[in-house]
Ligand binder design. Structure first.
Ligand SMILES: [Zn+2]
Ligand SMILES: [Zn+2]
Length: 282
């Protein structure tokens, strides 16, 4: 049986631990994983960084820096050799979808295409009412500050988010490798603190259309454990109801720990895997 973690990070995130990649892999082997995809945040487009709004820390520590790319590549290739007889290690990135930077993203992917196996395609930044692009998952204060209008009516915020996720799925990556759509309920990260309501019928319809598009493009869904450990979230991304809907549509869900530290690897794998098995049986 394949036991796969399809979404993991490294010290190149700058917002996780400084543990070596070797420690992640050795722990994953111990946990019985047979396949492991390293999906570090790809460098953000230079033009985007130059015009970034929001906390400096979010700009500097949301992704690897462009000058770390070669080191990242050599690290992944080193551990592929070192542990290759014990676990299948795939090379990848978590790619930030940014509407106004599609050509930059495509150019980057083309440059990296020769050595990457899979990508996670994620939305972490959204334009607000004034057209300012700000992070939605950096901290609750930043979300509230830049999306104060939308916060008055959270369904508007949800709609903005799912519009962007839909755009990310429609985006032509130019690649022929597996694409997983990242954590598609991330907009709920601070739901307990911000007292976000459930999705209304309009949003549920948007999610259904999103899943149909994911299916049509033969993309996979990141079944992401990180929310369980977040104090203001407490659920998987996506939640089990959406995950069930996706499974029944024939979309492949791949567990992702989204680990930014070694001991986050494998968390909630059994619960999430069991859930998939149960709904697949139905
Ligand atoms: Zn992410
Ligand atoms: Zn991630």
């Amino acid at each position: 049986m394949i036991k796969k973690d399809g979404h993991t990070h490294t010290r190149f995130s700058h917002h996780g631990s400084t543990e070596q990649l070797d420690e992640y892999i050795e722990h994953a082997i111990k946990l019985g994983f047979t396949e492991y995809v390293v999906t570090e945040h790809a460098p953000l487009p230079q033009k985007f960084l130059e015009t970034f709004v929001g906390p400096d820390d979010a700009r500097d520590n949301s992704a690897m820096a462009a000058d770390e790319l070669l080191l990242y590549k050599s690290e992944v290739e080193r551990i592929q050799v070192k542990y290759g007889d014990q676990i299948t290690i795939k090379a990848g990135f978590e790619i930030d979808y940014l509407k106004n930077y599609e050509s930059d993203i495509r150019r980057f992917l083309k440059e990296q295409a020769s050595w990457i196996d899979e990508i996670v395609l994620s939305v972490h930044f959204l334009p607000n009412n004034d057209g300012i692009i700000a992070p939605i998952d950096y901290d609750p204060e930043t979300l509230s500050a830049y999306f104060s209008d939308e916060r008055q009516n959270p369904q508007v915020l949800f709609q903005r988010y799912y519009d962007a996720v839909m755009q990310s799925v429609n985006f032509d990556t130019g690649l022929k490798i597996p694409v997983r759509v990242g954590h598609i309920t991330l907009i709920r990260k601070y739901q307990k603190l911000l007292q976000l309501p459930p999705f209304d019928e309009v949003i549920k319809q948007q999610i259904t259309e999103l899943l149909q598009k994911i299916k049509q493009k033969n993309y996979q869904l990141d079944f992401n454990a990180a929310g369980f450990s977040k104090p203001y979230n407490g659920e998987s991304y996506p939640t089990f109801d959406i995950a069930e809907q996706a499974v029944k549509m024939g979309i492949k869900l791949i567990y992702g720990s989204d680990a930014h530290k070694v001991d986050a690897l494998g968390l909630y794998f059994d619960e999430m895997n069991h859930f998939i098995e149960e709904v697949t049986k139905e």
